[in-house]
Ligand binder design. Structure first.
Ligand SMILES: NC(=O)c1ccc[n+]([C@@H]2O[C@H](COP(=O)([O-])OP(=O)(O)OC[C@H]3O[C@@H](n4cnc5c(N)ncnc54)[C@H](O)[C@@H]3O)[C@@H](O)[C@H]2O)c1
Length: 341
C-alpha cells in the first residue's frame, strides 16, 4: 500500500467512512504515504490532515466525477466505488436509483478510464456490488457459476454496473475488482434506507437501550424468524476484504469475470435474536416489536443465504469466524468504548 492515491466515493457512508479510517490507520502504522480523496454528495467531514482531500461531489453530474481525477493529489491509482442509493431507496424511487446506481457509476468508470489513459496505467476500480444481484429460483448453495437474475431495482442496477466493469476490464480500460458483498451486520448509526436495515437494527437498538421493529413475522414465536436465513459479514471483515482486493494479482481472477462473492456466513433472524439474548439478556430482545412488512420480507427473502466461499478464499479474501455471537459482542464492546471516550 506504499505511496498510493486512493479515491473513495460514498466516503460519508458507513463502509466508505470505515474504509477511510482503516486505510489511514494502516498507513500510519506502516509509515507509508497513502493519500485519500474522499468524495460524497454531502460534504465529507472525515478528512484528517494533509493526506486527505474532502470533496463534495454529486456523481450524477459527469463533470463532478471527472474532477475527482484532476485534484492536487493527482490521478488516483485505485477507486473504491461505494456511493449509492440503498435497496429500499432504489425500490421506492426507481428513477433516482437508476440515476445514482447506474448512470453515475458509468460516469465514474469513464472518468477513471480517461485518467488511466493519461497515465498509461489502468486504474484499479473496486466496486461494492451485492448479493441482491441474485433472485428467483436459486440452488441451495450459490457458486461462481450461478446466474444472477435480480428481483429488485437495486440488484438490477448492481448487475448492470458489473457488466460495464467487466467489459471495461476486458478492454484494458480499467482494472476492475467487483465484490458482491454479503449483508453487513452490525451497522452502527441511524437506520439506512435498505431493506436489510432491520438486520442490524434488531441488534444495535436494543444494545443502546432503544426499541425497534422487526419487519419479519408478527410475534417473537413466528416461524418466519426461523425461515428467513441471511448471508452476513461483519463490517471489519468486509473492510479488510476491500483492502485485500487491491492486492489480488490480476492473473489470479478467473479469465472471464472479475466478480467475486466475498465470504460470508449464514444466520437466521432467530440466530440473531439468540446471539443478542446471549450477550445482552432477554430484556434486550424484549425491546423488539414484531410487525410483518410483506415488501421488506419479499425483497430480503429473494436474496440467497448460502454461498460457496471457496473461490473467494482461494484469492486470499477472509471470512468471519464464529457466527453472530462474536459480532454482537464486538459491537457491544465498541458501544461501551465509545461511551467512555
Ligand atoms: N452495507 C451493506 O450491507 C451493503 C451490502 C452490499 C452492498 N453494499 C454496497 O456498499 C456500498 C456502501 O454501502 P454503505 O452501507 O456504506 O452505504 P451508505 O448508504 O452508508 O453510503 C452511501 C453513500 O453514498 C452517498 N451518495 C448517494 N448518492 C450520491 C451521489 N449522487 N453522489 C455522491 N455520493 C452519493 C451517500 O451520501 C452516502 O454517504 C454501496 O454501494 C452499497 O450498495 C452495502
Amino acid at each position: 500500500m506504499s505511496n498510493s492515491v486512493i479515491l473513495i466515493t460514498g466516503a460519508c457512508g458507513f463502509l466508505g467512512g470505515l474504509l477511510a479510517r482503516t486505510l489511514l490507520s494502516h498507513s500510519a502504522a506502516q509509515a507509508t504515504d497513502v493519500k485519500l480523496i474522499l468524495a460524497d454528495v454531502v460534504q465529507p467531514k472525515n478528512a484528517q490532515g494533509q493526506n486527505t482531500l474532502a470533496i463534495q461531489a454529486n456523481l450524477t453530474d459527469p463533470a463532478q466525477a471527472d474532477a475527482l481525477f484532476n485534484t492536487a493529489f493527482g490521478v488516483p491509482d485505485t477507486v473504491y466505488c461505494l456511493h449509492g442509493i440503498m435497496s429500499r431507496g432504489s425500490e421506492d424511487n426507481f428513477d433516482l436509483g437508476i440515476k445514482v446506481n447506474v448512470d453515475s457509476v458509468r460516469s465514474l468508470l469513464d472518468a477513471a478510464r480517461h485518467a488511466g489513459e493519461r497515465t498509461g496505467t489502468p486504474i484499479k476500480f473496486i466496486f461494492a456490488s451485492s448479493l441482491a444481484v441474485y433472485g428467483g429460483p436459486l440452488p441451495d448453495i450459490v457458486t461462481p457459476d450461478t446466474i444472477a437474475t435480480p428481483q429488485s431495482a437495486y440488484g438490477a442496477a448492481k448487475l448492470i454496473d458489473e457488466l460495464f466493469i467487466n467489459e471495461y476490464t476486458r478492454r484494458g480500460l480499467v482494472d476492475g475488482r467487483i465484490l458482491r458483498l454479503p449483508t453487513i451486520a452490525v451497522r452502527p448509526g441511524p437506520p439506512a434506507a435498505a431493506s436489510s436495515a432491520f438486520i442490524s437494527a434488531i441488534i444495535r437498538e436494543p444494545l443502546q437501550g432503544a426499541d425497534t421493529t422487526c419487519p419479519i413475522g408478527d410475534s417473537p414465536a413466528s416461524p418466519a424468524l426461523d425461515a428467513l436465513a441471511l448471508w452476513l459479514a461483519s463490517p471489519e471483515t468486509t473492510v479488510r476484504n476491500f483492502i485485500l482486493a487491491r492486492d489480488v494479482p490480476a492473473s489470479a481472477f478467473a479469465s472471464h469475470t472479475r466478480v467475486v462473492c466475498l465470504p460470508g456466513f449464514t444466520a437466521t433472524v432467530r440466530d440473531e435474536l439468540n446471539a443478542l439474548e446471549r450477550i445482552a439478556g432477554p430484556e434486550a430482545v424484549a425491546r423488539i416489536r414484531f410487525e410483518d412488512d410483506p415488501v421488506n420480507r419479499r425483497i430480503v427473502g429473494s436474496w440467497p443465504a448460502r454461498f460457496d466461499n471457496a473461490y473467494a478464499l482461494s484469492l486470499g479474501f477472509v471470512a468471519d469466524e464464529g457466527g453472530m455471537v462474536p459480532i454482537v459482542q464486538r459491537f457491544k464492546d465498541q458501544l461501551e468504548a465509545a461511551s467512555q471516550a
